[in-house]
Design a protein around this ligand. Structure first.
Ligand SMILES: [Zn+2]
Length: 65
């Protein structure tokens, strides 16, 4: 299981047709909402599929405090 939150950047195994493999988490629930960092398109995929396709999580925490 991956630990992720809203606004985290995730790197997926499969790149979007626009060429970007980075997505921003915009919704967390039964389905995961992801906005493509390349073209801005938003997709929603089931949690189980997300877990299979995600390669890496880049937490959105570097600029905190
Ligand atoms: Zn895209």
């Amino acid at each position: 299981m991956f630990d992720f939150k809203l606004n985290d950047t995730v790197i997926m195994r499969k790149a979007h047709p626009c060429g970007s493999d980075r997505w921003i988490v915009v919704r967390v629930g039964a389905d995961i909402g992801l906005r493509c960092a390349g073209c801005g398109r938003i997709i929603q995929i089931p949690h189980s599929q997300f877990n299979k396709q995600v390669k890496r999580i880049l937490p959105h925490s570097e600029r905190s405090s």
